[in-house]
Design a protein around this ligand. Structure first.
Ligand SMILES: [Zn+2]
Length: 324
């Protein structure tokens, strides 16, 4: 059912549908609105929430969007297509396809997370013969602490920074982790102060009925107990020049990897908060879906496929020009 041209070029030939392709095609499924999963396809299949974010973030015209609600089968060219929540960020979806002629099925995950999220619908599971899955954290040492533990670390960082007379600054991608941080600050009675790109995405998520607390912009008068959220790239700008002394914490699952973590020397603290499934969750996900065949994409594709083979699964990393 799937043609794998390379790791980033996945096509369902019968539907002429490309999956998270990075360059524009006539018809493409976009699993969620992160830039590395999006291109300006002529027709984009996505969830309504992703469609709204694509309009806001990338000015995608409404006429290019074909939105499909979760759990709503759509019949196209003798196939049944269904979007399932992926638990990654607001609007993220997995694509499940069943060929009606022989009931063969495919599940394409995009990015996903099985742990509860405050800003994404909980992941849904559906059996498939062929599972195409991300393996970002596909090595065993990527076992994240519980969400509660990561949240406690975040609150402790904020409180300690304030005790030290510094403004706490959380570094997180504008879409996804920034809203999780935004939510967690509100839950702990810390006023969120948002960088404009974070505020833009939080505003859109609020419009999409994600429950996020009120927030402030940096140039507003903020309560004493507040914390800034901004994307890591904004550190290079002069955004923080008027803030006075500050301390930074990067929200990243890579904090569990010491060689990679050392790249973040300019950051005071790393907090292991991620919107991807960690290694134990990846394994548990495969066991739940129980596919006949697995293709791994993104991250540690070869290592993770090898581990799955050890567990008795037929798993391969996506490689160039293997037709399936
Ligand atoms: Zn993503």
């Amino acid at each position: 059912m799937l043609k794998i041209i390379d790791e980033h070029s996945l096509l369902i030939p019968d539907l002429e549908l490309w999956l998270d392709h990075r360059s524009a095609k006539p018809y493409g499924f976009v699993s969620h609105a992160h830039a590395d999963h999006f291109a300006r396809h002529q027709r984009i299949l996505c969830s309504p929430e992703t469609g709204a974010i694509l309009k806001k973030r990338y000015k995608v015209p409404k006429s290019h969007l074909q939105t499909l609600n979760y759990h709503t089968p759509f019949i196209y060219k003798d196939h049944i297509l269904e979007l399932l929540p992926a638990g990654h960020i607001t609007g993220s979806a997995m694509l499940h396809v069943t060929r009606k002629s022989d009931h063969t099925s495919l599940l394409f995950t995009g990015d996903f997370k099985t742990r509860p999220s405050h800003t994404a619908q909980p992941i849904a599971y559906k059996q498939a013969d062929h599972l195409v899955m991300e393996s970002t954290f596909g090595k065993p040492h990527y076992a994240m602490p519980s969400s509660e533990a990561a949240c406690s670390q975040l609150v402790e960082f904020v409180d300690q920074s304030l005790r030290d007379g510094c403004t706490p600054v959380l570094l997180a991608y504008s879409l996804g982790k920034a809203q999780e941080a935004h939510y967690l600050l509100g839950q702990n009675h810390i006023a969120p102060v948002l960088h404009p790109s974070v505020a833009s995405m939080s505003t859109e998520c609020i419009r999409l009925r994600i429950k996020l607390p009120d927030f402030y912009y940096l140039d507003e008068l903020c309560p004493e107990r507040h914390c800034i959220i901004m994307p890591p790239g904004a550190m290079k700008s002069n955004y923080l020049s008027s803030v006075g002394p500050y301390k930074t914490a990067m929200l990243t699952g890579w904090s569990l990897d010491h060689p990679r973590a050392s790249r973040y020397r300019d950051v005071n603290t790393l907090i292991p908060l991620s919107d991807h499934a960690d290694y134990p969750s990846l394994i548990a996900f495969v066991e739940t879906i129980a596919p006949k065949k697995i293709t791994t994409i993104h991250g540690f594709t070869h290592a993770f496929a090898a581990d799955l083979r050890e567990l008795g699964f037929d798993a391969r990393a996506a490689e160039k020009e293997a037709s399936n």
